[in-house]
Structures are given as structure tokens and as C-alpha cells.
Ligand binder design. Sequence first.
Ligand SMILES: Cc1cc2nc3c(=O)[nH]c(=O)nc-3n(C[C@H](O)[C@H](O)[C@H](O)COP(=O)(O)OP(=O)(O)OC[C@H]3O[C@@H](n4cnc5c(N)ncnc54)[C@H](O)[C@@H]3O)c2cc1C
Length: 364
Amino acid sequence: MERALSDVICQGFDDSVLLAPGSVTTGNNEMYKVFTPFKNAFLRRLREDLPECHRAPAMRQSGALSEPGSPVTVDYPQQPFDAERFPADEQSALTRLRDFCQHDLARYDADRDFPAIDGTSRLSPCLTLGVLSPRQCLHRLLKTHPEALNGGTGAVWLSELIWREFYRHLMTRYPELCKHKPFIGWTDNVQWKTPDAAFTAWQNGNTGFPIVDAAMRQLNATGWMHNRLRMIVASFLVKDLLIDWREGEHYFMSQLIDGDLAANNGGWQWAASTGTDAAPYFRIFNPTTQGEKFDKAGEFIRHWIPELSAVPAASIHTPWQWAEKANIRLDYPHPLVDHKRAREATLAAYDAARKGTRSVVAGG
Ligand SMILES: Cc1cc2nc3c(=O)[nH]c(=O)nc-3n(C[C@H](O)[C@H](O)[C@H](O)COP(=O)(O)OP(=O)(O)OC[C@H]3O[C@@H](n4cnc5c(N)ncnc54)[C@H](O)[C@@H]3O)c2cc1C
């Protein structure tokens, strides 16, 4: 870019991150591969010297730019999104940031895992699109909660902003990640199943697991999904359906209004246990108990799956059992897989890949 603008003075700023990639390293000048020591080093740097927010450049007075060329087109489908919940203009983003820090942060740690509660900032699209910079978030956070830098209120939210940095720093240090290579090489030996009707059912929110389906319907309808749900649906695709995490990563990018190469890749590699500091491969979420834990009464599920509105709270996570007992015909699919059997097949596939052999996975 700088070379193309040969007669223009260019200045670069690291404003899409808090600290420049490559500037938070171990004593051996290496990128950290584990989040917690990275975060601790990161916080030490912030305590020493806060990164500045740069002012927007002044309007050019002369030297009109030439006519723009033809616009670049992207082949992803355009989905409608909720412009009220996710406003795209800077003023609304700043107001949301201020309100969140002032009123919602105190409850963030308690509420952030429950998708029926509006407990997170919902600022990810603004950060991804550059409507807000992470530095504006940091400065606003410290204005309302200076104790966040030392483990007080706001520290958990700051930690999430640092996860965002972690994945960006990793991608800069290991550019193969941009090419969707797994961080842990042997995981490329896992024998994934071909994405077929099960993949389509996952995409459309028709797997028969209510929390997974409600989450996917939220994604398809709004272009956004709650973080806890991203972890649940990603784990389900990879570890219950044994479908390559890259299929899910690609589908997310096609739907998300906050689609971000580094955070999305990091999230998928975390869920698939192929990334650095990822969930160990034998850690497999049970989609039913995850639903019971994080949407106990089924409030979120009922919102997105109206077909289940009559199911009592005690049965909302296993509606097919309730329907069978009550002899009621539900307009909702039976579960796509038996979780216990799917889990065993996945463990066998990962074990075989780790030992360098490929297992033949039969059924789900
Ligand atoms: C499979 C998977 C895919 C994901 N894909 C994306 C993506 O494409 N774009 C994206 O911005 N986030 C992604 N995330 C991270 C996270 O789910 C979202 O950032 C979060 O849900 C956004 O909601 P929020 O703004 O209310 O977050 P808050 O809880 O308010 O957090 C504040 C900010 O911190 C950052 N952040 C929070 N959690 C994470 C995280 N785990 N990793 C990296 N950054 C984080 C985001 O910029 C977020 O806006 C993904 C997570 C998973 C498990």
C-alpha cells in the first residue's frame, strides 16, 4: 500500500490491537503459547504504560483522490441483521460502550454465560469492523473501573479483550494459521466425516438438541451468537458429528456480523482441540447438560424454537422424551446422534490420529 502511494507520506498505527503483535513475548523473545502467562505479561505492560488512543486524522485540504475503481464483491449471502441491537454507527457504539461500562460491568462475571440474559457488551461487530478500537474500550473501562487492571471489577471483561489480542498475536507469529492449518499438527490426521445431511441440520438448527438448534437459529437470524453458545455448537459439530472444524469456521464466517479471522479461527481451534491452549481433545461438551446448566428454564430455547413452547421447563432439554410419554406429536426432530456413542467414536478418532493411524468411524 505504502509503495502504491509513492508520493504520499504514510504513517502506520497499531490501533486495531492494544499492543502490537510481537511486543508481548517470553524472556526468550518467543510468542507465548499459553493464554494465562500471555495475559499476565500483557497486564504488566498495561500497568507500566497504557497504549494511546489516536485522534482521527484531519480532513484533507487538497489533492483529491482519483475516482474509485469497481467495488469488490463478496460471494457470501447477505443476511438481515438486527440494526437496533447491533447499531453500526460510531456514536451508538460509543454510547453502548459507555452504558455497558457504567451499568452492566458489575454483573458481567455473573451473567456472561447465560444466553437468555443480555449480559455481555455485544460490541464485537464494532470491534471487528473498526467502528470502535480496543483502545477506546480499554480507556473507557479504566475510567469507570480503574481496579480492572489489578483484578477488580472489569478484570474478566479485560481478559476477554486480551483473548482477542492473543489470537491476533498468534496469527501474526504463526501465519500458517491464516491458511487454516491446525496448531497441533497430528490433529490433521483425524478422519473427519463428509459434511452431509447432518451438517445441513446443524447449519439450519435442526439437530434435535434444543440448545444447539436455538443457537444456530440465533446466528442465522441475527448474524451474532452468544459466546457460550459458540463453544457449544462448535463442540457439537466437531465432537458429536465429527465434522472438520474448518467447515464450521467457514460457515460462521459466512454468517457472523462480527466474523473475525483470528478470533473465529482461535475459537474453532479451541473447541476442536487443534489449537494452542485449546480444550484437551477428550473434553467433550454434553449438549444436553450444557443446555441444562446455561438455559435451565429454557427461556432462550423457547424464544428461538417456538415449536417447543408447550414443553414444560423440566423437559425442555429432552423434549422428545416428554413428547413420547405424553403421546404428543412434536414438530421438532429427534436427536441426530446418541451423544454417548458419538463421544466414544470421536475419542477413538482422535486417539488414532494421535498415534498416527486413521480409525474407521462407523455410525455416530
Ligand atoms: C467457535 C467460536 C468462534 C468465534 N468467532 C468469533 C468471531 O468471528 N469474531 C469475534 O469477535 N469473536 C469470536 N468469538 C469470540 C466470542 O464468542 C465473541 O467475541 C463474543 O461472543 C462477542 O460478544 P460480546 O461482544 O458481547 O463479547 P464480550 O463478552 O462483551 O467481550 C468483549 C470483547 O472481547 C472480545 N472477545 C470476547 N471473547 C473472546 C474470545 N473468546 N476470543 C476472542 N475475542 C473475544 C470480543 O472482541 C468482544 O467484543 C468466537 C468464539 C468461538 C468459541
